[in-house]
Design a protein around this ligand. Structure first.
Ligand SMILES: *Cc1c(COP(=O)(O)O)cnc(C)c1O
Length: 495
């Protein structure tokens, strides 16, 4: 069956998967969702025999139905190769009763690589299929990790250019260094004097600017998105939740049909939404545990039914989750509203006008699979230390938010369902915060020594991504005010 995509804001126009990937955002400003969620084409027992690439093909072919078998397999082969530092692409480690799904073995050592190593291939393939000859300009806002993963995926990809905006004072030193040292003649990196929400809003405004689109078209350019608003990112993220289930069956942790819980450290709600789609496909899920840092707008939403971004924006040690406007929540709102585009549009209007909206009780009832929790900075640091002291396993700050929320969940509910924790970044990416959590006497140590010390105490060798940046020259130094983002883009494209 062909799966088409429609907008969450109700316009009737349905598009194919490849068109949705090309466009990123629908014309009415909504996000694309599949008209129906396909079921897993194989039984749960069969999952345990499939490797990552086989699982990827099985899941993706159900969603991206206008790609041929050859096209999809070709994209998968190019994406999941030696850029990953383990052959399995991702793996599960059992630590203190929880299953850590290590999603950070790709080129930029964060989970964004899982989708962004395949998106450029899906996108260039989609352009060919649709006879698009414009140069595709990937316009991206990043809270730290998407930027580098997208830059690395799109660098020197023919027919594309990439422009990344990041909060100049809101990413970790490693994250910033990774981005500003990016090579490639088609890459542009710009720091903004604002936070991630400012960057994301600026980018969304440019996507919605018809006049800008016309001027770009005259020059042979068009925008697309590498953010998780693009279904070309969301669909590859479903794969690892299905794969993880198969691994747990294979290693005897569960029997087929047993339920599992997934805990996901959440910012823009993309990663956990992929888990929700995995459940809709037929993976037996108990609870989806949404873990927030001190920017706990989602925790409050699941508790009260009111989404309210009117609050202080807090810079935390898990910067990739420092987000107050979780874009992908719009897809969930659409689903629980009974796929009511008008209602969804009204909520989003309220959000942009007054910064908050409240869902109905009937909608709230449909959220029972979700559990919202949060961890303070202190709790996050304590959790890193606790797991290191007890098991010698070092986790990053984002994963620690999830681990901490999982502990609170277990204490509160006594639920002993096997639980997969999405481990979203390598501790090397946030080495200073991680090491100081383990022992605050590390505070005086320089960055280079900290990395070596992390390697020594964890027994994990320093990833290539970290070794590369220590000697790489800075190639990008643009900084602008939030109000000038479009001007920067115009100057880059010569409009
Ligand atoms: C992006 C990111 C997150 C948040 O993922 P969302 O899909 O935005 O919810 C969590 N942890 C890390 C390390 C990330 O890079």
């Amino acid at each position: 069956m062909d799966i088409l995509y429609k907008s969450t804001r109700g316009s009737d126009k349905k598009v194919t998967a490849s068109q949705a990937i090309l466009k990123g955002l629908a014309d009415d400003g909504g996000l694309y969702v599949p008209v129906s969620v396909p079921k897993l084409p194989v039984g749960l027992e069969a999952l345990s025999d499939m490797d990552y690439k086989q699982t990827a093909y099985m899941v993706m072919k159900e969603f991206l139905t206008d790609f041929s078998e050859e096209e999809l397999k070709n994209c998968i082969e190019k994406a999941y190769d030696s850029k990953f530092d383990i052959e399995e692409i991702t793996r599960i480690k059992e630590v203190m009763g929880a299953e850590y799904l290590e999603l950070y073995h790709g080129a930029t050592i964060a989970f964004k690589d899982m989708a962004l190593s395949i998106l450029p291939h899906l996108l260039t393939c989609a352009a060919k299929k649709n006879d698009v000859h414009d140069k595709i300009i990937i316009l991206t806002a990043t809270s730290g990790d998407t930027g580098k993963a997208a830059l690395s995926g799109f660098a020197d990809v023919e027919g594309t250019g990439i422009i990344v905006f990041y909060p100049k004072h809101g990413v970790s030193p490693v994250q910033e260094k990774q981005m500003v040292t990016q090579r490639g003649n088609n890459t542009y990196v710009i720091g903004i004097e604002g936070n991630f929400d400012d960057a994301q809003t600026g980018v969304k405004n440019m996507f919605g600017n018809k006049e800008l689109a016309e001027r770009m078209a005259e020059k042979g350019y068009r925008f697309s998105s590498a953010n998780s608003i693009n279904i070309g990112r969301l669909v590859p993220q479903i794969v690892y939740y299905v794969y993880a289930y198969g691994r747990l069956v294979k290693n005897g942790r569960i029997r087929p049909k047993d339920k599992v819980n997934y805990v996901v450290p959440t910012g823009n709600f993309g990663n956990i939404l992929a888990a929700f789609y995995a459940k809709s496909m037929g993976i037996p899920v108990g609870r989806l545990i949404c873990a927030s840092n001190e920017n706990k707008v989602l925790y409050d939403f699941f508790k009260s039914g009111t989404y309210d971004k009117n609050r202080e924006f807090i810079l935390t040690s898990s910067p990739s989750m420092d987000i107050l406007i979780s874009s992908n929540l719009e897809r969930l709102i659409y689903i629980i509203s009974g796929e009511d585009g008008v209602k969804t549009q009204n909520f989003m209007k309220e959000l942009s006008l007054k910064g908050s909206y409240s869902i109905t009780d009937a909608m709230k009832e449909k959220l029972s699979v979700f559990y919202g929790g949060y961890a303070t900075e202190k709790e996050t640091a304590a959790c890193i230390k606790e797991i290191y002291d007890a098991a010698g396993y070092v986790i990053d700050t984002h994963t620690a938010v999830a681990a901490c929320v999982y502990e609170k969940y277990r204490d509160e509910t006594n639920d002993s369902t096997p639980c997969v924790i999405a481990s979203t970044a390598s501790p090397y990416k946030f080495a200073r915060s991680v090491m100081c959590a383990i022992d605050n006497s590390y505070e005086v140590m320089d960055d280079y020594s900290l990395i070596n010390e992390l390697s020594r105490i964890s027994g994990v060798s320093v990833p290539a991504a970290i070794e590369d940046i220590s000697s790489a020259p800075v190639l990008h130094d643009r900084v602008c005010d939030t109000a000038d983002m479009q001007k920067e883009v115009e100057s880059i494209l010569g409009l």
